[in-house]
Ligand binder design. Sequence first.
Ligand SMILES: CCC/C=C/C(=O)SCCNC(=O)CCNC(=O)[C@H](O)C(C)(C)COP(=O)([O-])OP(=O)([O-])OC[C@H]1O[C@@H](n2cnc3c(N)ncnc32)[C@H](O)[C@@H]1OP(=O)([O-])[O-]
Ligand SMILES: Cc1cc2nc3c(=O)[nH]c(=O)nc-3n(C[C@H](O)[C@H](O)[C@H](O)COP(=O)(O)OP(=O)(O)OC[C@H]3O[C@@H](n4cnc5c(N)ncnc54)[C@H](O)[C@@H]3O)c2cc1C
Length: 669
Amino acid sequence: MSTAVNPDLLQERNRATFDPSQLTYFLYDGAEKTKRKRYIQNLAIQELSRMGMKQYATLSREEQYKQALQKHAYYVQTQQRLGLTDPHEKEHLFQAVLPCEASPLTLHKSAFVNTFAMLASEEQKRKWLPLMKEFRMVGTYVQTEMGHGSFLRGLETTATYDPRTQEFVLHCPTISSIKFWPGGLGKTSNSCVVMAQLISNGQKLGMHSFLVQIRDLDTHQPLSGVTVGDIGNKFGYHGNDNGFLKLDNVRIPRENMLMRHSQILPDGTYVKPKNDRLMYGGMTSLRAGIVGVVSQRISMAVTIAVRYSAVRRQSEIQPGGGEVQVLDFQTQQFRLFPQIAVAYATTIASRSISDYYQRVSAQIEKGDLQELPMLHALSAGLKAYCGWICMDGVEVCRLACGGHGYSQASGLPKIYVDTTPACTYEGENFVLMLQTARYLIKCCRKVAEGEALPEVMNFLKVNPGEKSRLDAQLFMPQLIQAYRHRAGRIAQEVSQKLQAAISKGVNAGQAWNSNSVQLINAGKAFSQLYLVQDFAQTVQSFGGKLREVMEALWRLFAVSGILNALGDFMLDGYISSQQAAMLQQRLLDLLSELRPNAVALVDAFDFPDAVLDSALGRWDGQVYEALYDYSLRSKLNEKQVLDAYHKYQRPFMESQWKQNKAAALTSRL
Ligand SMILES: CCC/C=C/C(=O)SCCNC(=O)CCNC(=O)[C@H](O)C(C)(C)COP(=O)([O-])OP(=O)([O-])OC[C@H]1O[C@@H](n2cnc3c(N)ncnc32)[C@H](O)[C@@H]1OP(=O)([O-])[O-]
Ligand SMILES: Cc1cc2nc3c(=O)[nH]c(=O)nc-3n(C[C@H](O)[C@H](O)[C@H](O)COP(=O)(O)OP(=O)(O)OC[C@H]3O[C@@H](n4cnc5c(N)ncnc54)[C@H](O)[C@@H]3O)c2cc1C
């Protein structure tokens, strides 16, 4: 394969008006840390290549599972060998080892060990954490059942305390109570944190967590009373053995209930937690983390699509003027540039929600639960909103690559199937957004009662007759104010509708359901406002040329967000039709303004080729060579004439000939 860089890509890089390495340093916290990231990733990529790892897309499901295990083992061992302690460095390594390749061991640390550490008492941690950390216990987080995932209070698996033996009896009483979906459960885990309804002294005490061993630690055979296995092929995620688990009167010692927040005493007496939502802490942590996962996925997808669009030449703009880079079509820019903006906006939001999570967790550790509701509302809303826009964005990128985007060689199907479940796992997005809306409605009531709100919620104090002062300059404060007004107006309006329905005697549940489409819209508007504000704040920290480019990108994010939900902004007359027309024109101007920097903006993400795993998104732009090479490696090309030809195709063809011969004979008679 040629080693030269495609001349179109070279020219794109030369015409950029800013230095992309400045942006790379922003993303990876400086030049030194960027260098270190590159060292770690290159090392892993080279070592894995020497170990003979195969391209994910060319493997069968079983092979994907096996290779994911092999790679995950390499990931943990390399972490240890390099003495990595910084979580970012671990993430860089992980990205290079398992890029969008689901691993059966992912949940061991992120969900099993972390949830255990959050919910176990100090004594329990002393006993079990070492076994978990040295992978003697390999585990996952087992909550969802066949019949219930969203509505946790509906879970049916029971943990009944038996004071005579001081044990819990874990039992799945119905087919719908079989645990279903947990990652790594089917074949890999020997232990798990199980969520079950606690029953003691005949009292139902709600959902609690239990440490349950499901397989023998040496033979790996399922223990007595345990039926466990893989749930079968899915939409994607094939490296992961998402599993089912049926517990049939399985007994575990009393000490296996995770007792940090609530306890069962030996005689069966129940000690309540300070706040029963603390049990949900593991989910909150994962939701905050998912914003980072999906932002990485859209960043990868848009890198591929923009580089490919710079290399791909097809059709003429000027008849006879020669074929142009497809990136020069306004429609291509209209599809792709907002995705670059989404990639940066969500990356920035992922950092701030992660910082906020750390801050509030530290307060919770000290017993201060004041910010828990806000953390829940924000992590749920951002997980859902960013999940949606990143999933949609990945698909936009795939479609923008035309036919080749449909090939696994593009890397885009692999990214898509790895992004889309983020809209379902860790809380189905609509369900989560309704939780955010629940918080917004509570805040609206506070406004009505004249109570103080947290600073970030002050947008709910809406000025009803307000008109936008937006003009063609697209000043930051006016754009942000548009989002504040819209989010406040929608939340207040739906809050009033709920109040009105309730005062007419409609019960609260019915009133909620009848307004839930608008409640979702309120949650989205709030989450979008958060992204717009957060992105704006970051842009203001840049200087020089970089600031100019990032301000244009921010404006594109803000303007396209308004245009995509124009009704929301115009319904109460806040934005006039003249302003809407002005925004439509300014959006097109922004596309032209950003055009020279499109490639530099995606280059700044600094994804190695092995991470993108894409014939279309290669750094050197040699896409046709890579596509052809991928095709030649197709398993179907291993033989010139396949067995299937002799077994099915030829007999079928011959049967058709015979039929036709018979028909010809009949017609002659
Ligand atoms: C890598 C892939 C790994 C995947 C793993 C998985 O998928 S694992 C499986 C992932 N599965 C899922 O994610 C399942 C999704 N489902 C759920 O999380 C819950 O069923 C629910 C939150 C939807 C409702 O729960 P519910 O019926 O108990 O609650 P309710 O509506 O009656 O509200 C009661 C109060 O609780 C509050 N509150 C709620 N959550 C939290 C929290 N985390 N923190 C703090 N607070 C929270 C709420 O604000 C409300 O406060 P208020 O207003 O009364 O002061
Ligand atoms: C790849 C993957 C990995 C997973 N990993 C794990 C894991 O490790 N551990 C684990 O325990 N689980 C896991 N899950 C399960 C996952 O958490 C659940 O599927 C998820 O929480 C959604 O629940 P559900 O399947 O019951 O959806 P449902 O609730 O049945 O959703 C169906 C529809 O009903 C709607 N709906 C439900 N309730 C409401 C409501 N109150 N208001 C409005 N609409 C509603 C939803 O919006 C959705 O449109 C995983 C799932 C996937 C796909």
